[in-house]
Write a protein that binds this ligand. Sequence first.
Ligand code: DGY
Length: 299
Amino acid sequence: MRILATRRYPGPALDELEDLEVRPLAALTRPRPDVEALVVANEPVQLDLLPSLQIVANFGVGYDRIGVEACLERAIVVTNTPGVLDAATADLAFALLLATRRGLVDGDRLVRSGGWTGAWSDGELAEEVTGSTLGIVGLGRIGSAVARRAQGFELRVLYTQRRPVETELAEYRELDELLAEADLVTLHVPLTPETDGMIDARRLALLRDGACLVNTARGEIVDEDTLVAELVSGRLRAGLDVFRDEPNVPRVLVDLPNVVLTPHLGSATRQAREAMTRLVVDNLLAVARGDPPLTPVRT
Ligand code: DGY
């Protein structure tokens, strides 16, 4: 099977593929009827240039940019990499919660700039993470991993999702109730037509003064303009790993003390990324053998 990968994905697993070409999608300017499999990282697939495609193996759990419906209509299998990046993403969400709530980046900036004037820090006092209320939007694999981490911090944990589940990890709330009750809110839903703009201006206004919003899911889930206005006013805090127009970040956020910004690092650990490549390759090998893919995307 002729495989085109849009970059050299991390880890040794790609070496198992015999007929592999590494080339960015932007370099695909003429039809390639020889290509039967494509490895992308949530990138739009030009199906008209790839008439023999059998599988799109996505390096990542989110597949909102691929054009899955069009692939499935043409009987092209689409796979993703669920499970193997849960710990990495939950760790990052928790790191952002801690960093945002405790003003870590602003403190770091003060020390580096030479602006720290004495052992007694007389800046604004932070609120504790321990004992506060955490609201998890989407208690799937990653959301559950965040809830388990929250137990060590004695957090009261609320969750919301379309279908409530029996769980000891968190108490169910309607989304609006959760937003109004939590001190810390973290988003763990995929980007779909239902979640696009889900945290809109009305819902952002429900958040308590001083509440902290963490987004390691997708920028489009939040009304970014309103969030930026709330952050500029100082009413909210935020830890943001994802943005509406990546890699463009609203410039006004850069100097704000109440915001921590990271460049879409959710799965960016060696362990997660190598396991993602392994799962991509296992899906490709399964389809090449004529077996069902391990982790197919169904809509
Ligand atoms: C995912 O897996 O969807 C992440 O956003 C990629 O790092």
